[in-house]
Design a protein around this ligand. Sequence first.
Ligand code: NAD
Ligand code: DAU
Length: 355
Amino acid sequence: MTLLVTGGAGFIGGNFVLDWLAQSDEIVVNLDKLTYAGNLDSLKSLQSDARHIFVQGDIGDRELLAELLVKHQPRAVINFAAESHVDRSIHGPGDFIQTNVVGTFNLLEAVRTYWTTLAEEDKAAFRFLHVSTDEVYGTLSETESPFAETHRYEPNSPYSASKAASDHLVRAWHHTYGLPVITTNCSNNYGPYHFPEKLIPLILLNAMKGKSLPIYGDGQQIRDWLYVKDHCSAIRRVLDAGRLGETYNVGGWNEKANLEVVKTICTLLDELQPRADGQSYASQITFVQDRPGHDRRYAIDARKLEVELGWKPAETFDSGIRKTVAWYLANQDWVENVTSGAYREWMSTQYGAKS
Ligand code: NAD
Ligand code: DAU
């Protein structure tokens, strides 16, 4: 049995591959382009593990996909690969359209071709699981109910619009061609191996380096935080038992304003690694210009996943953020490699022959 995971050198995909192989002997073929966000250093514990086959490549490369699918005969494809950062999508939306829309289209076509060749039993058991985001639903006011799966799509950034487009393609490939797809729409993740362009790792790294902690606008924007390993367990559960053609919202019931999140991180750092001058890390907080079109509030109603599939997050925000801060403090090598760019060399030195 084999899984094909795309984007498995990124933050969530990497955590998923590590968790999967900690619990199962099923081989994972990991296709990742290694953009700036792909980091094989996060997977170095798997460097001599025959159950992990890393391939550097693009989800838009249909020839490569056809070759991989025929060679490895996966029973499922889990699509994590994407351009994922909202701020980058504002500065340069082109890559987001290319990977998230055109790339997903090419991946769907390659998978459809492969799937039609399978024996009836394998065809029925096959799954294409598309990993998407709550941002496709747009923004909520303070009083609106959390996003349910039936909420209309109202994406506001180039990133969320490109993810919304990919969700629509996945849906259409099910309705038109019968491809056995399931989509998950998850809220903000945090945890180990998170690239320091996103709020939580950026604040942690800046705090430790004595730099300012940038808060966009008034810092009262709300996100619904989920520890990354809980996202991984939700994906495993949906892969096992999710209904075909359905979408499942994934969230942690942890709505927090950005400023509160940043202050919590500062308090934990004050406790675990106090500043030499005795001041709080909170003194490094700086308010900066807001993100254009900044969504005010995201919140996920994850009841469908709980009622239908019995999934619940294992971590609260308090337990998950403490683990995360402790992980960053204990993994300075990973942090240094990311910040110096040295992790890019990891691929040729450790995986050169394999990829
Ligand atoms: P990430 O940016 O950390 O990782 C993305 C990975 O995809 C990287 O390893 C990158 O090299 C790879 N990639 C990019 N373009 C590629 C291409 N054309 N072909 C093959 N590989 C490519 O992203 P992440 O935070 O791990 O997010 C993973 C998925 O989960 C994305 O689809 C994202 O939209 C979704 N998501 C993320 C969050 C979050 O909070 N981070 C929440 C909900 C959903
Ligand atoms: O909701 C799910 C989404 O969460 C995922 O689909 C995206 O891939 C992921 O990047 C994330 O998007 P956000 O834009 O919510 O995450 P980000 O970490 O960039 O920002 C979180 C909040 O913090 C947001 O309101 C913007 C704010 N922010 C961010 C940065 C980087 C700051 O105030 N200062 C910052 O420096």
